[in-house]
Write a protein that binds this ligand. Sequence first.
Ligand code: SF4
Length: 178
Amino acid sequence: MLIDSYDLEVFTPPCEPGAERFAARARLKAPIDQVLPYLNATLRGAVYNPAAGALTWKKAGHNIAFHAYEIATSNVEDRDAAVHELGGLVDLVNRTWERRDEITPDLETHQRPTTMAVYKLLPKTNCKACGEATCFTFALKLAASQVQVEGCPALFEPGQARALDELRLILIDAPRIG
Ligand code: SF4
């Protein structure tokens, strides 16, 4: 197990004094930088910066950062939510490390596609079948890994196959989870 204990901190982000949502971090007792290339290979939308020894990832409204001695997340409701979120991230690191023999580590920095690049490939009918008011809002969430292409039924209609393939290509450039 790579992480067997950590200290938890919950705080108001310095850039948002008085905010009702909090940020939290797990301060680690042993480094986890060796797992970052494996997380980079498996987390959809992760951005790895080998020089900085950091990997960032967006998940369900949380901005997450993995560093050698710290895992941080934004946008938690309270301490209980922070315990739950960071506990899940620690499990993710430990599971990924245990599976490392099955994963080809990835040392490249993958850029997230821009919202506009994603939007250009959507049907642009604003049909609302995805639950969003506009295709642009869906594109914003798709580019931020908050939703998946399957959320847009119109992409699976005849005539959209090429756009769907291109979207999948720019959103997932390696077999990834998350
Ligand atoms: S379901 Fe697809 S086409 Fe319809 S609004 Fe959402 S993104 Fe646009």
